[in-house]
Design a protein around this ligand. Sequence first.
Ligand code: SF4
Length: 426
Amino acid sequence: MITEHALATLELIRVADKAAVTLRTARKKWRDTANTADKAAADTARWRRLRTRAISVRLRDLCNLLIDDAEERHHRALAAEEKALAAHGRAWGKDLAASRAWRRAYSQASQTPDDPISEAARARATAALLGPLAAAPPEVMRSAHKIIIQSSGGKDSVVAMLRTMQWARDAGVTDKLIVVHSNLGDAEWPGVTDLVLRQAEMFGLDVRIVKPDGGFLGMVEARGMWPDSKRRLCTGTLKRDAITPLITEIVNDLGLPPGVQAIILNVFGIRAEESPARRLKEPLSIDPRASSTNRLVLTWNVIHELSERDVWKEIADNRLEYHQVYDSLLPRLSCVFCVLAGERWLIRAARVCFALGMDAPEVWTALEAKIEHSFKQKSSLASIIAEARRLDEEEGPLTWQRGDAIRHALGEASATDYLQSLDTAA
Ligand code: SF4
C-alpha cells in the first residue's frame, strides 16, 4: 500500500513536471508574441513620424505603404498574443492544479513540500520517494504490471537479468518478466541475438526482438554521418525510440481497465563504474519520455553499484553464458566498432574481426568513404584498421581461449571451475 501510494505520488509529480514545462513554453510564446506586437507598433509610429516630415508625394506614398504593412503585422501579432495569453492562462491553471495535487498526495505520505511550484522541490520529493522503492525490489516488483529487461547480450545485461530474476522469484512475480533486445543489424557481433535468446531461455523468460529499420549502419548511411558522444543518436534512435512502440504494445496487452495506469519497470545493466555520466544516474528513476497518462515507466539500473569484477564473479558463480568476444579481452559487447570506444579498443576490435574472418572492417570503412565523414573526430576508421593490420603483421593474429575473460578478471582457478561446470552441463 505504501509502495502504491509512492508510485501514485510519483505520477502526480511527473504530471506536475510536464505542466511546468508546458507553462514555461506558453510563457515564452506569450512574451515572443507581445514583443512582436510591440515591435510592429513601434514601426507604425516611426513611419508615421517620417510621413509628417516627407518632402515629396513619392516619399509619403512609401511611408503609407510601410505604415499599412506595420499595422497589418501589429494586428496579426495582437491576435497571436491574445491566443498565447489564453494558452498561458490555461497552462497556468493546469500547473497550479498539478502542483496542488502532488503537494496533497506527498503531504499524506511524508512531509509537506516547501514549495510545490518549484522544480527543486519536485526533484527532492522524487528522490525521497524513489530511494525507499529502490531499496525494496520485491515490493516495487509486486506493484509493477510488467518488468522489461533490456538486454544487449553483454555481460552486464546477463547479470542484470540474473538479479532481476532472483528478486522476481522472491516476490513471486516471475510471470511479469520479459526480455527485450534491440537488434542493431550488421553492426552487432555475430551470434549476439542468439545468445540473448539462450540467456533468457536459461531463466525461462520470453524474449521480444526489436529490429530498427536499417540497423546502426543504415542509420549512419541515411544521416550521412557517424554519431558521437555529443550527438549519440544511435542509442536514442536505435534503442529508446525503437523500444517505445513495444512498450505501448505491452501495455495494451495488459488490458487494464480504463483509468488504471500501468506501472512498467524498465531494467538496464548500467553500472556507475562505467563512466562519470553513468555514475550520476540513480538506481531508480522516472522515464518521462516513455511515461504517459496510461503508463508510468521507471528506469531501474539493478546492478548500478557492481564493479566489473563483481559482474564477472556473478557470471562465474552462476555459470552464465557470455559472448566469446569478451575472451579476446574487449571490455564491451557493443557494436563491433563503437563510436564511443577509445582508439586502443577499436584497433583490438578490428583484430578480433580479422581473427574471426569477419568482413566488418571492409563494410564499415566502405561506408566511411561513401559518406565522407570520419568515424572519430581525430582518426578515420580506415587508419584504425590499417594500424590493426600492421599490428597483426608484426605480432601475428590475435588468439584467445574460452574462459580468458574470467581468467583475466578472477584468476585461473575460477576460469577452470567455470569451464568444468559448462562441460558437466553439456
Ligand atoms: S554500441 Fe556504441 S555505436 Fe553502438 S549503439 Fe551503442 S553507443 Fe552507439
